[in-house]
Write a protein that binds this ligand. Structure first.
Ligand code: KG4
Ligand code: ZN
Length: 334
């Protein structure tokens, strides 16, 4: 079965093709226009999606060496995300499905992130834990089966990716901030500044990152321009260490509580080099294994939507054109 997946929930316009569980194309157009504003401008994002979605779709079909007549089903992100951006993908997908007489299935973006772990990891088996860390979400999810998800913990304020973006903005590094912080941190000392690890001893599996962001703000506030510039690597390394410590500590606690030893990570922050390295170290202590998606399937992408759609079709989840964009869709509603 060949599935075309459409992703427009935020600022990536992306379309992918998956044939029998194998990714045949994954075209990602990241909207550069938001860089000058230091964050995503929703109205601009939906206009950009509208402008390029048809071209990105064409290019995904070409790269996969298929035409629309070869496609068996369409999958589209219904939420969570920005209302206007989601609506562009949902309307486009429905139009494509209707015109070509194809079944269409709505995909939960969070579910697609966590299922992306299966793309290159045939060894991954249920049950497993997923640390889902993106620009909008930070959650620990227990995955017992396809469609069997339970959220064990979440952030009570900022998402991890959001914290990376906000700190990058304080330091004038560029947007999105995660990759910049990751890059500068390589030349810095993670122990240079003692930043707080929010809720680390809270006794539950929740996260908090807003205190950390505030601590970075008050640390750099008294610095002159030159000192701040020189301190960027140490500030990035220390901030990143605090975020990753919180994430890894909580996932370790989740393993201890549930007895589930297969662990996955997903979402844009799963591309972070320190998180990947610390998860590797954790895997040496676990009985099970640690999995993470290839880089291109960590940040928002159409292939993960096509893959989640392919799995949904395979599990006979009913196709239904009567769905709408749901900006606040959660994993528990899947
Ligand atoms: O999953 P994603 O593409 O979009 C959402 O669904 O939110 O995640 C985007 C987030 C951004 O906050 C970005 O700064 C962060 O992922 N990110 C990273 C890295 N690459 C992307 N954060 C830390 N380190 C990275 N290497
Ligand atoms: Zn995402």
């Amino acid at each position: 079965m060949i599935v075309l997946g459409i992703e427009t929930s935020c600022d990536e316009t992306s379309v992918g093709v998956v044939a029998d569980g194998v990714v045949r194309s994954n075209i990602i157009a990241s909207q550069q226009v938001h860089g000058e504003y230091g964050g995503v401008v929703p109205e601009v994002a939906s206009r950009e999606h509208e402008r390029i979605l048809a071209h990105v779709t064409e290019s995904a079909l070409q790269t996969a060496e298929v035409s629309l007549s070869d496609i068996d089903g369409i999958a589209v992100t219904a939420g969570p995300g920005l209302m206007g951006s989601l609506l562009v993908g949902v309307s486009f997908g429905k139009g494509l499905a209707f015109r070509n007489g194809l079944p269409i299935i709505s995909v939960n973006h969070i579910e697609a992130h966590l299922l992306a772990n299966f793309i290159d990891n045939p060894g991954l088996t249920y049950p497993f834990l997923c640390l889902l860390v993106s620009g909008g979400h930070t959650q620990i999810i227990r995955v017992d089966a396809f469609g069997g998800y339970r959220m064990l913990g979440t952030t009570i304020d900022d998402a991890a990716g959001e914290a990376f973006d906000k700190v990058a903005r304080l330091l004038d590094l560029g947007y999105p901030g995660g990759p910049y912080v990751d890059k500068y941190a390589r030349d810095g000392d993670p122990g240079a500044y003692d930043f707080p690890r929010g809720l680390i001893d809270s006794g539950d599996l929740n996260f908090s990152f807003s205190g950390l962001k505030t601590a970075v703000f008050y640390t750099i506030a008294p610095m002159d321009e030159e000192t701040r510039r020189r301190q960027i690597p140490d500030l990035c390394a220390s901030f990143q260490a605090a975020v990753i410590d919180s994430l890894v500590t909580k996932i370790q606690q989740a393993v201890d509580r549930t007895g589930i030893t297969n662990v996955t990570i997903a979402g844009g922050v799963a591309a972070n080099s320190r998180l990947r390295q610390q998860m590797n170290e954790l895997s040496e202590q676990l009985e099970g294994q640690v999995f993470y998606p290839a880089f291109e399937y960590c940040t928002d992408n159409g292939a993960m939507i096509a893959y989640a759609g392919w799995m949904a079709f395979r599990h006979d989840r009913p196709a239904n054109i009567h769905f709408t964009a749901e900006p606040r869709l959660s994993i528990s509603s899947t």
